[in-house]
Design a protein around this ligand. Sequence first.
Ligand SMILES: [Zn+2]
Ligand SMILES: [Zn+2]
Length: 351
Amino acid sequence: MFSCTGYAAASAKAPLAPTTIQRRTTGPTDVRITITHCGVCHSDIHTARNEWRGTLYPCIPGHEIVGHVAETGASVTKYKVGDRVGVGCMVDSCRECPSCKAGLEQYCEPGARFTYNSPEANGQGHTFGGYTQSIVVDQDFVLKIPENLDMAAAAPLLCAGITTYSPLVHWKIGKGHRVGVVGLGGLGHMGVKFAVALGAEVTLFTTSASKVEDGKRLGAHHVVVTKDENAMKAEAATYDFILDCVSARHDVNAYFRLLRLDGALVQVGLPEEPLPVEMFSLVHKRRNFAGSLIGGIEETQKMLDFCGDHNITCDIEPIRMEDINTAYERMLKSDVKYRFVIDMNTMPQPT
Ligand SMILES: [Zn+2]
Ligand SMILES: [Zn+2]
């Protein structure tokens, strides 16, 4: 074991503060990573504050991790010291169930081991995320970051990136498709970039007229302000695919009506309350309504390589570690364009 400094919530009501944790010694198939940056995901807030129940304390969130390899175990073949690497939402899985065998570790049947708030493999304690100086991860759950991508701006690809890329690829989105992206935040801004890069004609749907310019700057071909009922009506039954990135309560039926025959709406935002579904809006055009959770390890690497080839990164606002509590408050007001990323060199020492 070795000690490292991290930023933890001691309870649901406590602000995050510096603390010292123990990490395992680098095992034969492990990679020890010196973390340079960690993105801040909405799931971090939900978990730190026990809003999804079941949070284990102390809680160190963070699953958009990038850094450099500091040490490799004796049997590690995939990485060497100094490599630019990333870790996303998972650090292990059972590796034997049909989902794992299909490269869909995120749907592992006994359950993937998540980067934070999962039981440790040895049964002692729980996993700690990326708001720390170092992490030790099995090489099979470590990703390569393409050389041409800025490390800080690449960090959120590990969650926001794969969450939006995976459904677009699974539903085979490309040239000739009309795609809608609902909501312009951490997820939505990546959804727009990926759908455009895949060759689709992309419309951003936003509640906020102030986001029209940004939507276009990010590459959207059209932006519809959803409060404009006539503009919404004009789009009826013209979309092949809609990626819904909204995690607050909203009317999904308004978006079902935009889908063509056999079109699909995939929900990646996670509203806390159930969303009412009008069956009429689905049955009339045999429309599909689905959800999607991050992506498998192999697919995450493909997404990173795609980003390298197309020069895609996230729009970020860098923060110091001690600013994390303020950043959480700003995220709750959607006051970030479009992801906070912690510079881990600013980690204070515990007092
Ligand atoms: Zn996340
Ligand atoms: Zn499995």
